[in-house]
Design a binder for this molecule. Structure first.
Ligand SMILES: Cc1cc2nc3c(=O)[nH]c(=O)nc-3n(C[C@H](O)[C@H](O)[C@H](O)COP(=O)(O)O)c2cc1C
Length: 377
């Protein structure tokens, strides 16, 4: 019985090999920040309010220039196509069917063009600053040609935080059948047939497009060779000057950086610590959200991610000032569990949880959510 995102996570664990599951489930180093994201959300309590007319709850909203059926979007996740064949296409379709935005990662398995060809709804495209700025320009042009509705620039991955589960599990890209993982893979024949021996198994946007990458097998190697560790705010302004549409800056965890992001021309920022996959020891995203919202002072939208597993979590992020929340792991577990239907299920579960949370906090619509729905510590 699938009643929660946690149920989808348990199912995912059974359906995909350990190395792929752990790639999503883990964080950087000792995973302290990853755990804090969830623990700090859990620690917040709602004020239960009664005898308020909540017979007509509305979750509809808009963010980053488009209407959405609820304040939720799918965060960019690299390698989603290894969780389920055509994972990015299925994710984009599920998001469109549920009326929420989907963001495609540069490090996806399906390319921008694959997703564009298979979907009707415009999607967001996420990129990093690469050493080869010509390649950034190429990605911008491809995103524009695919009519992407927003460009998301991720700022918190100039160097990669070590995710220790990956080398321990021998995760490679494309995934390979080895003596070590043979039993694990053999006990998941559906995944093996569709993904391991499927059509798309490596970085769809990158392979054959950037030089000097043959022989690269791990995500850390890709990052270390291609991403620009010297990037600074002038480079963000450069991207701004090249992309006429909505620009979202992702990976802001400090009020000062939020102000610099606004100055660089962001339409929205995402308060994010990459799901605890980068700086271990950084604060949870929920603990810094309010001060960042204050620093931005309404000059751009503030989105939120990190630890969102339920509609209750979304309500807490909204209460502290986020315009919308994004899901990374919850999306990938749902995708691995049941493809497009799984992702729709996760979104519908969260939608119902959010609706009930609003009702029981005496709130008729998402626009009316504020800090008053939380109890003060
Ligand atoms: C497996 C995985 C891959 C990710 N890949 C990317 C990526 O390619 N680009 C990016 O900006 N963020 C990436 N992220 C971070 C997510 O966009 C998001 O910030 C994070 O997952 C939010 O936390 P949550 O997983 O607790 O929801 C990834 C996260 C996961 C779990």
């Amino acid at each position: 019985m699938i009643l929660s995102v946690e149920d989808l996570r348990e199912l995912a664990k059974r359906r995909i090999p350990r190395a792929i599951f752990d790639y999503a489930d883990g964080g950087a180093y000792e995973e302290r920040t990853m755990r804090r994201n969830s623990a700090d959300l859990d620690a917040l309590s709602f004020r239960q309010r009664v005898m308020v007319d909540v017979s007509n709850i509305s979750l509809a909203t808009s963010f980053v220039g488009a209407a959405a059926s609820m304040p939720l979007g799918i965060a960019p996740t690299g390698l989603a196509g290894l969780f389920h064949a055509d994972g990015e296409i299925l994710g984009a379709r599920a998001a469109a069917a549920c009326g929420i935005p989907f963001c495609l990662s540069t490090m996806s398995i399906c390319s921008i063009e694959d997703v564009r060809a298979a979907t009707q709804q415009p999607f967001w495209f996420q990129q990093y600053l690469m050493k080869d700025r010509g390649f950034n320009q190429e990605l911008i042009d491809r995103a524009a040609a695919a009519q992407c509705s927003a460009l998301m620039l991720t700022l918190d991955l100039q160097v990669i935080g070590e995710r220790r589960r990956d080398p321990r599990n021998g995760l490679t890209i494309p995934p390979r059948l080895t003596l070590r993982n043979a039993v694990d893979v053999a006990s998941r024949p559906t995944w093996a047939l569709r993904v391991l021996f499927g059509k798309r198994r490596t970085f769809g946007n990158l392979v054959g497009r950037i030089g000097g990458t043959s022989g690269i097998r791990t995500l850390a190697e890709w990052t270390n060779t291609q991403f620009d560790a010297s990037a600074n705010w002038r480079d963000v302004e450069w991207v701004r000057s090249r992309w006429p549409g909505k620009l979202i800056l992702k990976g802001v965890l400090d009020a000062e950086d939020a102000r610099l992001g606004v100055a660089a021309g962001a339409d929205a920022i995402v308060v994010s610590n990459h799901g605890g996959r980068q700086l271990d020891g950084a604060p949870s995203t929920i603990s810094v959200l309010q001060e960042i919202v204050d620093a931005v002072g309404g000059r751009c939208e503030v989105l939120f991610d990190g630890g969102i597993r339920s509609g209750q979590d979304i309500a807490k992020a909204l209460a502290l000032g986020a315009r919308g929340a994004l899901i990374g792991k919850s999306f990938l577990f749902a995708l691995a569990a049941a493809g497009e239907a799984g992702v729709r299920k996760a979104i519908e579960i969260m939608r119902n949880e959010l609706r009930v949370t609003l009702a029981l906090t005496g709130t008729a619509n998402v626009g009316a959510v504020g800090p008053h729905i939380l109890r003060r510590p």
